[in-house]
Design a protein around this ligand. Sequence first.
Ligand code: EPS
Length: 405
Amino acid sequence: MLRFLTAGESHGKALVTIIEGVPAGLALDLDAITLDLRRRQTGYGRGRRMAIESDRAEPLSGIRHGLSTGAPIALLIPNKDWENWQRTMYVEAAMPAEATGADRLPVTRPRPGHADLAGFVKYGHDDMRNVLERASARETAARVAVGAIARQLLLAVGAEIVSHVVSIGSAGLADRLTVTFDRVRALAADSPLHCADPGVERQMIAEIDRAREAGDTMGGSFEVIAHDVPPGLGSYVQWDRKLDGRLAQALMSIPAIKAVGIGRGPAVADVPGSRVHDEILPALPGRNIRGDAPVGVARPTNNAGGLEGGVTNGEDLRVIAYMKPISTLMKPLRSVDLATMTESPAAIERSDVCAVPAAAVVGEAMVAFVLADAVIEKFGADSIDELVRNWKAFRARTAARFERP
Ligand code: EPS
């Protein structure tokens, strides 16, 4: 329904993305794309590259007079750092005379944990620069731009997405499910780690500082919360239509994400069913299905994270993702120089100490994309008016089915 591709190298000229399937007539706030791109660049633990870039997406197609036309939307995000890399990253057969920046040596010492060695084997490159330039998380800037558009489509059906950092190393929130959507939405955009507990955030900062001093890196986890998601997205009838599976794939595709949990996540394996499943009670007095409740029953808990049977149930959608520490270490691990086949410390590239807050913004974008795709699938339409009309009709019909006889 909705699909996108990205292209671009970390130190190439630009990143590009093409998004297809956005219904016509969606009013697009281009500043909102820039704001999301900026959010991805911030967070305690980021490296010096982010001081060079000020990411901005230039729309090339598919938008006219502020509205989507239904045609593919192409976005271009220039890499300012290209200035410093032309003599390493030029596309011509021979280096152009006017190329600027440094002419860097080939990368031959793979970093454990990175795609370097895998790419050397798979694509037959001798210079692993060809691998790391594309495997770089810089690509996620393009995904965030896609997510910013998906988010605007979701707003047309009332859904909103936020994220917060749950843990960095051993510092983490005791019970993240008690952190509400409203509490996360109220966090300051420029808070260092976007953690809901200032005391825990200070411990997280200390973890990052310790890692930096040791020439090491830190991973962690973040949670994405989507609020007022229409119920009935996804399906239980076929494996590849289950929304939990689609969300897991989308989040696992973010560089360094090693595990994904829905709702209470892996902890559901530790306790009996009576402590996992969310009871279904008559609607709370005063909470009218025609008002803010997407489904006319009350759920005292949300361990399921808004998904049952791979279908949204109207509760907040909650997904947690776990990120490994970044694989570029300033105090490098042992590796092999593949040019000489001798033991040698892994290559060092300028990098981040911790990028969990940035990954959380990318996580929001991927969740926004999956949900927007599912919304188009359920309320399917070529124009946004048609989509909103279908959604409203579904909402009214659902409301009527929950009225007391
Ligand atoms: C970047 C993510 C990281 C940064 C990169 C920009 O990429 P990688 O996954 O390759 O470590 O290190 O910046 C640089 C490569 C650099 O020159 O500092 C991003 O998210 O934009």
